[in-house]
Design a protein around this ligand. Structure first.
Ligand SMILES: [Zn+2]
Length: 981
């Protein structure tokens, strides 16, 4: 970029070569409007744009969040109802979203296609500066909050997308805890309130205040524009100036984020959180120790804190974890370092604790830390943490996310607080070097003293469980609404009914053709693409098959040892995930488990395991179940990786009952948290487990099935421990053999040299276990997995304020075959039919339907206030298809969107994984080519023709619902069984 060409409109504040990421960075200022601009110029074709605003909220109404949703519901240039969804459908974006943070709101997009990138920027800029929400109150009421009353005799209710989204968020104890910590640590600035909105206060927001908020903050003078990648930056900057910024004059906008003053003395606060009505309150307290740590402009402190986090709390067997567990305080000890605020804070959390332990909790942490300050923190742990953080930083594996997006998020982390050195978050390499040199100097001990012990900005927070708190609050809300209703005059009630009808009409109205045409779309020709062969080279080491993926991984090897355990008797499946936790989590003959963890991180990027069930692409009954050991490392560390593998496989001391119990408790807590965080996919998995053995296995490894096992193991550990130990020992022998082994290795041909020689010894060693091939066979194994055809519509209750409804079935059972066109159908149903009925009309946050080649169809809703109604929407899908009318242009959009999701750029590691996946599921490139052709050639009649397939599935489907206990009780007639999680 030549600054000369844009300097008439923009001031260059400074420029800099950012060596860590090989990128030229510029900080600019738009002269007329005062907008701040950052350019990161390099040769990455995955271009990223973002506009952000400082949006510190002053109350809990969620105004920042509702504004974020609402600006994307139509604008001056793009007056259609939902341009965001139109882009989801019809753009080849590689990222498209918007996010509300505690003090800022970001609108990032990315694309590899220039034309598309331009469209995306145009829609986002017009949305934030010229939104339709000013003139149409229905947008606020749909996205934010509204009274709902269809008939005078009905119950008065609240509804709104953000309202329901936040009800879901406030159903997770982790989110409730975060909310409390912020409130307590930052009583005087914007962090004391929840920018997302607290469902209790969202109804207080008025349309006028909502508009005021946008008026104040969504001005170029308060904006932060970010551009990244291989794009013509000069012409983009000129265009942004002409099209948007030039229309504004600089304004003085008060959006500065104020520092919270430290306290005069530490605080102690008690709050409550809900558990189910019939749940025992015993041992469910969270004790947390929270300190504010410097500010987010200090990158050295940021890196040092990562090392401290690991060495003090994060590593298994850390000093804090041991000290607390030894005293019986908590069953799961973890930490959180929150860094997306001006003042980051650090929390130590003891989950599942008993009553009255607050003093002891605090005292134990303080004395442990004091002891570490006096006697020194373990150097090996600090080095392990620094090494590992540096590995991840250099590897920079962003998965399927654009690199530009993640760099951008790092930049925003301090840019909105300070214009100096805005690229500091992208220059960590030299900090690693410096900190490694400080490990032995007492530097880290000083930090502990300063920020953890002598720090007055400290709060100890106790979060107590209250059985049935949710039901109580629901009752109160019901009464509140009844009172409101009773207090309203006839005229006021008529007015609400009228507005409810108006809103429903708005939700049902589709954008006109002219409105839709305002949004430019690509042509099908723009989507032409060669599909490359999968990078799979078949090799062989002493009769063990090796699948090498020849990709340039820049110095890093990605290794998988896959042990085929498809034949494992079903009763052992539930132990696999526990084994995964035990793997490198228990002492071995050579190392204590904490030291083993350190050794692994000093020498590798990671070493762990995974359980994967690879379903055959066509046949739902066929699958391969693999126990996988995975690792990533610099090439010269391969020997070390094998050393650790051998040590863990052959020398783990499973006999240690105390450690085993700790692991079981930890697993129970973590699994429960995961189920609550991913309730939609957990519900789908459970629902599919009624249909296929493969899904039943996944449920037993990662879903509700596993949770029930691990909960029982925790509660009845004394009775179960011998059985658990025995089975784990058996599994160590049965799984890790070489006659069931497949090796997958992602590295270039050149880097493959020497791999075979280094791998031979471990293969030879694993041969010792081949004699255990039939070890599990003698057991009376009844093949419980043969369950296809059973109906088990389940309701699974937990203290949630919303539902997650899944409905699944299999079309192959009714004689239908898979076709790539079904992927376009998925896009149409998800983004049109379900979106309209479940999100817009129903108020749920999300909805989806997917089709798999093995015949599986999965409908799901996310953070859904409904249950029965959602089931009906799923079941009526065929009627929508029967009556469907769609023009060519709309269909093309869905084709584009479908292909863009397939074509998303991926890291080398991901490409290697996909190649392995293709081999195991028997997908060939020619199949993919056929499917792509199908997608490109789909017609409206094809889509309508799927009506019978859908009807066959939904007429014979199962449902599974996770969510609110009362909602599930009320749906007893459609849920055959129900139980508490
Ligand atoms: Zn949201």
């Amino acid at each position: 970029m030549n600054i000369k060409n844009i300097e008439e409109k923009y001031n260059l504040i400074y420029e800099e070569l950012i060596e860590d990421i090989d990128t030229k960075g510029y900080l600019l200022n738009h002269k007329k409007s005062g907008a701040k601009v950052i350019i990161l110029e390099n040769d990455d074709n995955n271009k990223t744009f973002s506009i952000g605003f400082r949006t510190p909220p002053s109350d809990n109404t969620g105004v920042a969040h509702i504004t974020e949703h609402s600006v994307l519901c139509g604008s001056k240039k793009f007056p259609l109802k939902d341009p965001f969804m139109e882009l989801v459908k019809g753009s080849v974006n590689t990222f498209l979203n918007a996010m509300t943070y505690p003090d800022k709101t970001l609108y990032p997009v990315a694309s590899t296609n220039d034309k598309d990138f331009h469209n995306l920027m145009d829609v986002y800029l017009d949305s934030v500066f010229n939104p339709k929400m000013y003139s149409n109150e229905n947008i606020f009421r749909q996205e934010g909050i509204t009274f709902e009353l269809k008939d005078k005799d009905d119950e008065l209710k609240y509804n709104g997308v953000v309202y329901n989204e936040m009800k879901g968020a406030f159903s997770s104890s982790a989110d409730i805890l975060d909310n409390v910590i912020n409130k307590v640590l930052f009583p005087d600035n914007c962090y004391s309130v929840n920018s997302g909105g607290d469902p209790e206060f969202i109804p207080d927001l008025t349309f006028e205040d909502f508009i005021k908020f946008h008026k104040k903050y969504y001005h170029p003078s308060n904006s932060y524009i970010y551009l990244y990648g291989d794009a013509d930056m000069e012409s983009i900057l000129k265009w942004i100036d002409e099209e948007y910024l030039d229309g504004f004059d600089t304004e003085d906008i008060d959006s500065k984020i104020e520092y919270q003053k430290a306290f005069d003395e530490e605080k102690y606060v008690v709050e409550e959180y809900p558990i189910a009505s019939d749940e025992d309150e015993k041992d469910k307290i969270y004790y947390t120790y929270n300190v504010v740590v410097g500010d987010s402009l200090d990158m050295e402190l940021y890196v040092a804190m990562q090392a401290l986090d690991y060495a003090l709390v994060g590593m298994s067997g850390s000093p804090i974890e041991r000290a607390l567990l030894n005293k019986g305080i908590g069953k799961n000890i973890f930490s959180e370092y929150s860094t997306t605020l001006l003042q980051p804070y650090y929390s130590i959390i003891a989950e599942n604790s008993g009553k009255g332990l607050k003093e002891e909790f605090e005292e134990t942490i303080k004395s442990t830390l004091k002891n570490l300050v006096e006697n020194g923190i373990d150097k090996k742990s600090l080095n392990a943490a620094l090494n590992n953080f540096e590995f991840a930083y250099r590897e920079n594996d962003t998965g399927s996310f654009p690199k530009g997006l993640l760099y951008g998020l790092k930049v925003y982390n301090n840019w909105i607080y300070d214009d100096n050195d805005v690229f500091r978050g992208l220059k960590l390499n030299k900090i690693f070097e410096k900190l490694k040199g400080l490990v032995d100097t007492g530097y880290f001990e000083e930090l502990v003293k300063k920020y953890f012990l002598d720090n007055k900005h400290l709060a100890v927070i106790e979060l107590r469980p209250v059985a049935g708190l949710n039901s109580k609050k629901e009752k109160e809300l019901k009464e509140k609404l009844e009172n409101i209703k009773n207090s309203l005059s006839e005229k006021e009630l008529d007015d609400i009914i009228l507005k409810t009808k108006e809103l429903e009409k708005y939700k049902r109205t589709k954008s006109t053709k002219e409105e839709l045409d305002s949004l430019p779309i690509l042509k099908k020709e723009d989507l032409y693409k060669e599909i490359p062969e999968f990078p799979n080279t078949f090799r062989n080491i002493d009769n063990v098959k090796v699948l090498q993926h020849n990709l340039n991984t820049r110095g890093i090897g990605y290794l998988k040892f896959l042990f085929d355990i498809t034949d494992i008797p079903f009763e052992y499946v539930k132990y696999l995930t526990l084994l995964k936790a035990i793997f490198s989590g228990m002492d071995t003959k050579k190392h204590d488990y904490d030291m083993l963890g350190n050794e692994i991180l000093v020498n590798t990027g990671a070493l762990g395991c995974n359980i994967s069930c690879y379903g055959n692409k066509d046949d739902i009954g066929k699958y391969s179940l693999m126990f996988e050991i995975t690792s990533k490392f610099l090439f010269d560390k391969l020997d070390k990786v094998y050393e650790f593998m051998e040590e863990i496989i052959f020398e783990t001391l499973v006999e240690d009952e105390k450690r085993l119990y700790d692991i079981v408790c930890l697993e129970e807590a973590e699994t429960k948290d995961k189920i609550i965080d991913y309730s939609d996919s957990i519900a789908i998995c459970r629902c599919n487990s009624y249909l296929s053995a493969a899904s039943k296995i996944v449920d037993e490894c990662k879903g509700v099935g596993y949770y029930r096992f691990i909960k029982d193991a925790e509660e009845n550990f004394e009775d179960k421990k011998s059985e658990i130990k025995e089975n784990i020992i058996k599994l160590f022998k049965y799984i890790f053999r070489n006659d069931n082994l497949l090796i997958s290795y992602t590295a270039s041909d050149k880097d493959y040299e020497g791999f075979e020689d280094k791998t031979k010894p471990i293969i030879e060693k694993l041969k010792e276990n081949n004699k255990y091939k039939d070890l599990l066979k003698n057991d009376e194994s009844n093949n419980e997995t043969n369950i296809t055809g059973l109906n088990k519509n389940e309701g699974i209750k937990y203290p949630s304020q919303v539902q997650y409804v899944a409905l699944t079935g299999n079309f192959k059972k009714y004689g239908y075959e898979y076709n790539g066109k079904l992927q376009v159908l998925s896009s149409i149903l998800t983004n049109e039919y379900l979106w309209n009925n479940i999100r817009e009309l129903g108020g749920a946050y999300g909805c989806n339907v997917s089709f798999r080649a093995n015949g599986t169809v999965s409908f799901s809703s996310y953070r859904d206030p409904n249950l029965r109604k959602t089931k009906e929407v799923f079941e009526n899908t065929w009627k929508y298809l029967r009556d469907l009318e769609m023009d060519e242009r709309s269909l093309t959009k869905h084709i584009i969107g479908t292909l863009s999701r397939i074509d998303i750029p991926k890291s080398e590691k991901r490409l290697g994984d996909e190649a392995l996946d293709a081999y195991l599921t028997e997908i060939s490139v020619s199949t993919l080519k056929e499917r792509r052709e199908d997608i490109l050639n789909v017609t409206v009649d094809d889509i309508k023709g799927f009506k019978d397939l859908i009807k066959a599935v939904t007429d014979n489907s199962n449902i599974c619902v996770l969510g609110n206990e009362n909602a599930i009780e009320e749906a007893k007639d459609i849920l055959e069984t129900n139980f508490y999680l």
